[in-house]
Every structure is written in structure tokens, then in C-alpha cells.
Design a protein around this ligand. Sequence first.
Ligand code: ADP
Length: 531
Amino acid sequence: YKEHDRSMALVEQAKRVSNEFDFDADHVRKAVKEFIREMDEGLHTTGTELSQIPTYVTAVPNGTEKGLYMAVDLGGTNFRVCSIQLHGNTTFSLTQSKVAIPRELMVAKTSTELFSFLAKQIEAFLKAHHEDHYFSHIKRRETGDKATEEEIFNLGFTFSFPVQQIGINKGLLMRWTKGFDIDDAVGKDVCALLQTEIDALHLPVRVAALVNDTVGTLMARSYTSPGKTGTLLGAIFGTGTNGAYVEKLDKVTKLTSSNDSGAYDKSTGEMIVNTEWGSFDNALRTLPNTPYDTELDAKSVNPGIQMFEKRISGMFLGEILRLAIVGLLKDPKLPFLRDEHSAQNDVHSTTQIHDDSPIYNQWGVDTSFLSICAGDHGPSYQIIKQTLDRDYGVSAVSAEDAEAIREIAGAIGKRAARLAAVAIAGIVINTGRLNSPTAGATTEQKEGIAPPRGTVESSGKGDIPEEDIIDIGVDGSLVEFYPGFEDHVRQALREVEEIGETGEKRIRIGIAKDGSGVGAALIALVAGRVA
Ligand code: ADP
């Protein structure tokens, strides 16, 4: 390439690659239709792409809930114990402790070793933070009196591994993930495993609810949200993506009497359903597919599964960008991340990428880099250049190179947000919230104006009557930190005919932090009501 042609070639190539990530209005609409089809299919059949797991939680809070609850969270690396005081005015206080789970317990011979460790952490937490409560219970036990109902903490157990939930506090471990491997726990009820060890220490704690983090997000948002109508959807866009929403109980037709434990409150006529939407459209009927998506999937640990998640969430977007960058590097004549040296008439170029750059390694690029790209508006792209130099072993990057990377990264982020909108649109439309605004509203309505509480929120402009608001709680680094994520979501929502500009304005999206703390506590509360 000649000098001018060379820079034109890079601009063209960057455009070509970013166009591969286009997901236009027509595609969005087709995908929404498919999402609705899979939602309905999952409600009456098992083993479908959208699992649509019944959670046995049949009401969302309205902010007036009160009381002291406990929550524990067994995620990947840490075990978190907290107590939550719900003040009944949409606010709460939370005390927590966190310990790293010792590696040897993740692969222990028996589940007892892990779960007794967890129970000991609960005991230590009670001694440290609820001393009165703990010792009065011990004393009572010594005198042979039974603990009073008030002395017992109801606990919500957030357990972030695949479980087959069969009751509000009952779920069978399907398999371990994230480096855990304890054979004898598979197929067992994880709530019972924890309760057994809690009882062995005679702690005044009842495992009242098994909690999925998306349900926790929905509950946390509904408690803290200022609206009169309960929250419709809790969604996570973090390492992975998933959502849980409020469904009409009579639509959950697969809850037949044979597998219906019956121990839940049916009076609300609703049940929260965990969609497991990460596996939406695994068959790629409507999802976009680029060569980068194909390669990422082929080299993943679970090819063909979680295909929606692989186009949306934090675990994967960085890798898609990396594969696109590596694709451009394959053309040795393209002046992309190359230093040029001319000797006589001969132009040599050498790459500016160090041999040990993470750009050459699978999973080497973190999704936070996409946020950095989206946040640097140029024209010199100092922040992108610095990040490439500091974190990715690429030195002396030109503004043209940075701009090319930024364009591709932006296309990947935009596509992710538009896909997120598919799920949101499908749920908003299929639940009928656009037609009957208060369907699914909590029965008791809050009085007065809720005080401000540290949540970020937004809805389309204009004065929307409170009862017309469709409230959505979201959590996760991607939605929290990727610049413009929500704007892209909203743009796509407007492009769906059933929603349009009027519908989009009614949708309020707010960050709901701490689903595994306050959300789990709220589920323990709801569970306690029917226990
Ligand atoms: P989790 O989902 O595991 O609870 P997070 O919500 O923090 O945790 O999500 C972590 C994921 O978000 C990781 O995949 C990480 O690459 C990605 N991530 C971290 N920081 C950012 C950022 N600033 N912008 C976009 N993605 C990010």
C-alpha cells in the first residue's frame, strides 16, 4: 500500500469488521419474536432453551417489609455472611463479613467439610455481630427451653451453581462449576446440607430460601424502588447474563401437581421465574453470528451452549474483540499496529505488539477494555494508547490504530446492548405490562413519597404517571460501567413496534446492587411467611 492508501485501507478494514457486528432493527424484532416463543415454550415444557425455572417466590416486596434477616452467598471464590435490617421504608442496613474459601475445601472428599466450614463462618458472624442474640439462644438451650420463633434468623442462601430448585428452600445440585468438585454433594439438596451443619452447631438459624442472584436483584430493586408498581424484571449483565421476572402463576403450566411442592403462597397469582436466558436461541435461529463468535464458541468449554450470553456478557466481549484484532493482524500489509521502516525502496514493517502480549492469548483481553475504548472520544486517544501500552504490551500505538480498535470495540458493545434489549423487550411485551400497567403490582401500595436512596435510575423523558412505569432492576459491571450501554438498549427498545417511543419512555431502569444481601433477605422473609 502507498502511504495514503495504507491509512485508507485500515479505515476500510475497521469499518468492514465493525459492520460484521451490525444487528439492525429488523434483526432485533425477529429475535424478540423468538424470545417470546421460547419464553412460552419454557413455561410449559422442561429441557427447552429458556429454562424458565419456577422459583416458588410469589410476590415482590413493596418497600414496607421489616425485620432482621440473614443472608449467605457462596459464589466462586468467597463466602459472604450478612445480616440485613429492613427498616420498612425502602431502606435497610447491612452488616457483612467475607472469607476466601480455602482451595482444599472446594475439592474436599465430602460435602460435610465444606458445609461445616460455612456453618462455622455463620457462627463466628453471629458471635461478632449479634452477640446478645447468640448468647441468649445458647443460654436457653442450656436450660432446655426451646428457642422462640423471634430468636431464629431466617436465612437466604445465594448459591451460584446450577441447581434444580424444587421448593423455596430446596434445590438439588446438578453439577459443580468454577473449580469446585465434591462428588457426594451432586444430586443433594444444598439447603439441607447447610442446615445440617448449622444444627450441629446449634445455631438459631433456619435456611429459609434458596436464592438465585437474578431473583435477589429483582427483590432488592422492588424493595428500594420508588414506584407504586412492583419491579417487573431483575437482570444481570456481569460475568454472565441472566434475568428473572414476575409471571402469572397460571401461565407456569409445567408446575404440575406431580412436581408442585405446594408449599408456597398461591394467593398472589404470580410467581417469579428465572429465565436462564444465557441459553436463549442456542440454535442461532435469530442471533447474529460472526467468524469471531464461531471461533470463541468452538474454543470454549461449552460449545453450543449459552450462545446469547457469549454475545453479551463480560466474560466474553473482551475475547470477541481480541479475536477481531488478531484477524486484522493476519494481513501483514495492513498498517495495523506496525512500525514501518523504509530502506531504499523497500518498506519493512514490524509489529508493535510484544511477543508476550495477552492479545495473543485466549481470554487475554478484559471486557473493561471495551469500556475504556467507549469512554475515550479522541482525537488523540491517549487513554486507549496508554492502556494498550500498560496492560496489553503494545507500544507506540498511532491514533489511527487506536481509532480502528475503538470502532470495532464500540460495535461489539453496541451489539451486546441491543441483544440485551431483545430479552427486556420480550419480557415487557409478553407479560402484558404495556397494556395493563398495574398488572403485577404489589397488593399493598406504598404511601407517601419514598426517600432518595443511593440507586441510579433513569427512564425516558417526560412525565410518566407512576402507575405506568415499568420498573427494571439491573446489576453487573457491564451495565454499570460500559458507557452508553443503556442508551443503546433504549434505542433498540424504540425500534420494536410493540414498544415504540411511548413504551420505551415508560421503562425505568435502575441499578439494584446487592441482590445476594438484601435481595436474599427479602426472599427469606417471603419464605418465612409461608413456612
Ligand atoms: P459478577 O457478574 O461476577 O458478579 P461483575 O458484575 O463485576 O461480577 O462482572 C465482572 C465482569 O465484568 C468480568 O467479566 C469483567 O471482565 C467485566 N468488567 C469488569 N470491569 C468492567 C468495566 N469497567 N466495563 C465492562 N466490563 C467490566
